[in-house]
Design a protein around this ligand. Structure first.
Ligand code: UD1
Length: 431
């Protein structure tokens, strides 16, 4: 098990540039299967979930290779069977449902894993595909989806604006026969990014980034390929912003439009950070000798609301802020598993269901904690920057799923933070 070791109490300074967004890269890799011509995704970070995606693509027979920072794919016939361990390793395995259905005619997908944030059904993905003419069979541990001939166009309203389901149905509609309208779609920037890639490869999608998407299907695989640079990772950008808010100092985040994380930057401003937004980046500054202002009642929501992935990061910022706060996660039932780690560091926090209560004005003491999931793990690292003394975050593989090198990036900004290899278990001698 990897560990991250942090010594708290150092302020941060410098400039950092987020890598391409995990939540764009993962569906984009799946979407390359829809293209008749080779594709290149530029500047793809070496995340654990990217490695899992490459294994998944290889396991179904797809050709993909890393050339420096880029990932290049070439069209090849594929099998519609996702191996169990790869489906279990990440939620993003669900993005292979539509592409494998379209490429192979049949897909068998073990139910996807990923962060244990509570129940994460895929009913909207399946219902939408069924509305386009696919046959869906749900077994206790997997789904099997088949089609006879091309999928047909549909006028479909999503029961809620799921990011993943919007992407599944967007990919399916791009290759279906006829004119599809998707209503109640998710509007996250990653949707428009994937739509831009699909359009570059020959799809005809309009309205991406709004709740109503219209798609003129091409009635088969997309005729071209595309060279595409995915947008920057707004959640990573929020992570650096949260780190400087908790530790103090001044950090400029480059190459990321502040509007991508508007709600989070507004939260930091209200808490007392100085936030200067530019065209293509922003600066967050915080005086470490002046406490932040808590006393807030945050509620996560779909874009452009307060992103659920940034809720644990906001919690890490609020631990030391003056005044009691509450965060409610409207999307996931178990977003605040990191509360146990905060409490171990001495924070007065209480997590129940979708709610996290924070007493505020807490002084934290570094200790040994365990990353419960990706963003909760990042939040514990941030709490470690703020805590007195040394902290160790045991990470059973979560943080590397979304950050190629979080300790290295924080170290560049002046934090005392480094990864440590797994400790070999101590040899026990008997007799
Ligand atoms: C994506 C992101 C994740 C982010 C989330 C919300 C990826 C790989 N992951 O996850 O980081 O936290 O968006 O911004 O892009 N739901 C259903 N039925 C469905 C689909 C979803 O009930 O068929 C529910 C989920 O349980 C959840 C809500 O809808 O409560 C939102 O989920 P969704 O937007 O689909 O999130 P993901 O695509 O899983």
């Amino acid at each position: 098990m990897e560990r991250i070791e942090i010594t708290g109490g150092r302020t941060l300074a410098g400039r950092v540039r987020p890598a391409c967004a995990k939540n764009s890269v993962l569906p984009l890799l799946a979407a390359t299967l829809l293209c008749r011509e080779p594709c290149t995704l530029c500047g793809v970070p070496d995340l654990a979930d990217v490695q899992t995606s490459l294994q998944l693509l290889a396991s179904v027979g797809a050709a993909v290779e890393r050339r420096g920072p880029d990932l290049c794919t070439a069209p090849r016939p594929v099998r519609g069977l996702v191996p169990d361990p790869l489906a279990a390793a990440m939620r993003a395995s669900v993005f292979y449902l539509a592409p494998l259905l379209l490429r192979a005619g049949r897909v068998e997908l073990p139910l996807p894993g990923g962060c244990r944030l509570g129940p994460r059904p895929i009913d909207i993905h399946l219902d939408g595909l069924a509305a386009m003419g696919a046959t869906v069979r749900t077994l206790p541990d997997r789904v099997v989806v088949q089609r006879r001939g091309a999928l047909h166009a549909v006028d479909y309203t999503l029961r809620l604006p799921s990011v993943g389901a919007t992407l599944t149905l967007l990919m399916a509609a791009a290759c279906a026969r006829g004119f599809t309208t998707l209503r109640g779609a998710a509007c996250e920037p990653e949707i428009a990014d994937v739509a831009a890639f699909l359009n570059a490869a020959g799809a005809r999608i309009a309205g991406a980034g709004t709740p109503v998407l219209t798609i003129r299907g091409v009635g088969g695989l997309l005729p071209g390929g595309a060279r595409h640079t995915p947008l920057p990772d707004r959640i990573a950008a929020a992570t650096y912003a949260a780190a400087v808010a908790a530790a103090g100092g001044q950090v400029t985040v480059e190459g990321c439009r502040p509007a991508y994380l508007g709600a989070f930057l507004q939260f930091l401003r209200r808490a007392g950070c100085r936030v200067e937004a530019g065209q293509d980046g922003f600066t967050v500054a915080r005086d470490p000798d002046r406490p932040l202002q808590g006393g807030v009642d945050l509620r996560t929501g779909a874009w452009p609301g307060f992103a659920t992935d940034t809720a644990p990061l906001a919690a890490a910022v609020l631990l030391g802020a003056e005044g009691a706060s509450r965060i409610h996660d409207a999307l996931f039932q178990n977003r605040f598993a990191c509360a146990a780690g905060f409490a171990a560091m001495g924070a007065r926090v209480r997590a129940r269901g979708r709610d996290l209560w924070l007493a505020g004005s807490d002084r934290l003491q570094g200790t040994l904690v365990t990353a419960p999931d990706l963003r909760g793990g990042a939040a514990l690292v941030i709490a470690g920057l703020f805590a007195e003394g040394s902290s160790t975050v045991l990470d059973p593989g979560h943080i590397r799923r979304g950050y190629a090198d979080l300790p290295g990036e924080l170290r560049q900004l002046g934090a005392a933070c480094r990864p440590a290899p797994a400790r070999a278990p101590k040899a026990v001698q008997y007799g």
